[in-house]
Write a protein that binds this ligand. Structure first.
Ligand code: IPD
Ligand code: CA
Ligand code: CA
Ligand code: CA
Length: 266
């Protein structure tokens, strides 16, 4: 079986290489090739593709049999060890020259998330976790916030549903949540949102119609920092279709707000 100490060091190396590649491509941001995917809000740049392709090459050089799930090239291989990659999470932020984008990589073994890393290259912030061993920001252990009341909370969300052109938009829930919390932030990277809950900069994050590669690494990092991750109903049956990640203390209050927006057909 895989040696997780080696894999952890390897993960750190490849995510740093990926981060450097994103910064290199952004030097020529004005001429970056951009294509539309599903809708006109769903974009992919040549940097997203180049980063995923580099990561796949590195992983398969080191672990030729492993499975990989990546946003841009999909699923490949069948193995107990699966690398889950979002080469650039926050492509819109990236394309607009903003800081809030990340490279997100998780390693799942036999269905359990074992290792996670999320790097925000423009901020030089590296979030890491290993199951049962805590979560770290640039090597310093992190804990979630101690906010106990939703009214004191700063939360983040996203609108994957609008981008996907779905009739369900998150806007009614957003309008209901907003007056009940201290403020909202919309950074544009689900992976970083979860990491910022882990580090206590945010108290919670919710989103619907997201994909596993957006949140796999962030979920492990948040859990290892003492937070709670669930679907809108408090379980995990509907993950990643619905995700609520909080410091744990305000989870119940968030679920109370969300519950009237749960659609039974999800
Ligand atoms: C997106 C980001 C964003 C979320 C979107 C995702 P991408 O990922 O995580 O925060 O709101 O739904 O699709 O496409 O930039 O990798
Ligand atoms: Ca995308
Ligand atoms: Ca993503
Ligand atoms: Ca992406």
């Amino acid at each position: 079986m895989i040696n997780l100490n080696d894999a952890q060091a390897f993960l750190r190396d490849i995510i740093k290489e990926a981060g450097a590649l994103t910064l290199q491509y952004r030097e020529n941001i004005k001429t970056l090739r951009v294509e539309q995917k599903g809708t006109d809000k769903d974009l992919v740049t040549e940097a997203d593709q180049a980063v995923e392709s580099m990561l796949r090459q590195r992983i398969l050089e080191r672990y030729p049999d492993h499975a990989i799930l990546g946003e841009e090239e999909g699923e490949s291989g069948a193995h107990a060890c699966r690398w889950i990659i979002d080469p650039i999470d926050g492509t819109i932020s990236y394309l607009h020259g903003q800081y809030q984008y990340s490279v997100s990589i998780a390693l799942e073994v036999n269905g359990h998330l074992e290792l996670a890393a999320v790097l925000a290259p423009a901020l030089d912030d590296l979030y890491t976790a290993r199951r049962g061993q805590g979560a770290f920001l640039n090597g310093v252990q992190m804990r979630v916030s101690n906010t106990t009341v939703l009214g004191d909370g700063v939360l983040s969300t996203g609108f994957a549903c609008i981008r996907a052109g779905l009739s369900e938009t998150n806007l009614p829930l957003f309008c209901s949540m907003m007056p009940r919390i201290r403020d909202i932030r919309r950074g544009g990277s689900a992976a970083l949102d979860l990491c910022m809950v882990a580090s206590g900069q945010l108290d919670g994050y919710w989103e619907k119609h997201i994909n596993l590669y957006d949140i796999a690494a962030g979920m492990l990092i948040l859990k290892e920092a003492g937070g709670r991750v669930s679907d809108y109903r408090g379980g995990d049956d509907f993950l990643p279709q619905e995700i609520l990640g909080t410091n744990g203390l305000i989870h119940r209050e968030c679920m109370d707000v969300i519950k009237s927006f749960i659609k039974t057909e999800t």
